[in-house]
Write a protein that binds this ligand. Sequence first.
Ligand code: NDP
Length: 400
Amino acid sequence: MSKKGILIIGAGGVSRVATVKCAMNIDTFETITLASRTLSKCEVIKEEILRNQKVSINTACVDADDVPALVALIKEVNPKLVLNLALPYQDLTIMDACTQCNVDYVDTANYEHPDVAKFEYKEQWAKHEQFKEANVKALLGSGFDPGVTGVYCAYAAQNLFDEIHTIDIMDCNAGDHGYAFATNFNPEINLREVSSKGRYWEEGKWIETEPLAIRIEHDYPEIGVKPSYLLYHEELESLCKNIKGLKRIRFFMTFGDSYIQHMKCLENVGMLGIKEVEHKGQKIIPMEFLATLLPDPASLGPLTVGKTNIGCIIEGIKNGIKKKVYIYNICDHEECYKETGGQAVSYTTGVPAMIGAKLIYKGIWDGKGVFNIEEFDAKPFMDEMMVQGLPYTILDLPVD
Ligand code: NDP
């Protein structure tokens, strides 16, 4: 029987948005199955989609750390594509199950070891031959950052510039959820990212900084001037390889003072630790315990007000003349919630996850092996963003 439909794994904040958006694109995806560790979370999303859109989806329970269980589920559902929206810890097992079943794969975050924060694509890139042999493809990092940021860079390289010299990725979430401290996506992944050393790439070398040591003020369109901190972010690793001629690439993210104070305090007392400690005879991982205490990011939807602005400032040469552009998207938390039940951080990740899946599903993006998003033609993705709720603006900036 020929493969049909999409199997989405994970039922958190990002998955809610992506599943709602897949249902809005049911003409493309034909059938949707949502599977996660906790079946009841899939059922809640299923009921909402049925109520709001009259689209019926299937649900299933699966432990995505277990390759045989994944293979059994994929064989039963027989989908054309698996969209991985569980956690980065599950990337490799889901990729292995996909090649065993000869099914295309899409995710939004690079593989993470549970016990050491690495933020690197090495293990996923190593599966290139495995995917080629299985005659299928993997699209890595189809969220916003990574994801849309890579598409913006590819679009600039393919359409706006002859040479690109520098890229600054600027990520601002000016949303307010009313909590003194909460993370807008999975707390473990978010806090690992922010508390790690900063790193950027210049003239072929990685330059490392202490965590949050480089701070600039940046004026985000429709938001205003915000302090922005240099972080290492996974798309830097693939973009410095795939955007030819690049001399420097950096990533900045905004954080409020309250967030930074809480994070530093939690770090100082050891609550961000990812190694086991013994507590009253029980082994616990401090970061996991902290994640249990913090608000579930999926619950922030109805509480969050304000906007996000994520984009790329790209400088280079066109027709022998220096050129600089700012490509960005603005999202409003309340609008996102009204449409999908998720806040803007889930929305800006879930919508590109659906778009990447759509382009692979329809064969518009094709190939065999493992690919980062900027390796494909950016135009069809940019066109989809305009109609799926993530419109972009391209501003010409004065050249320094
Ligand atoms: P959540 O923590 O809200 O959701 C994760 C979901 O995965 C939960 O439903 C969880 O199940 C499920 N899950 C976890 N482990 C397993 C397992 N072993 N088997 C089956 N299901 C499992 O995370 P988010 O929705 O915030 O994030 C989802 C992904 O999106 C993450 O990989 C994150 O890094 C990525 N992301 C990417 C961004 C980008 O721009 N590229 C931005 C933001 C996030 P349960 O409910 O039972 O715990």
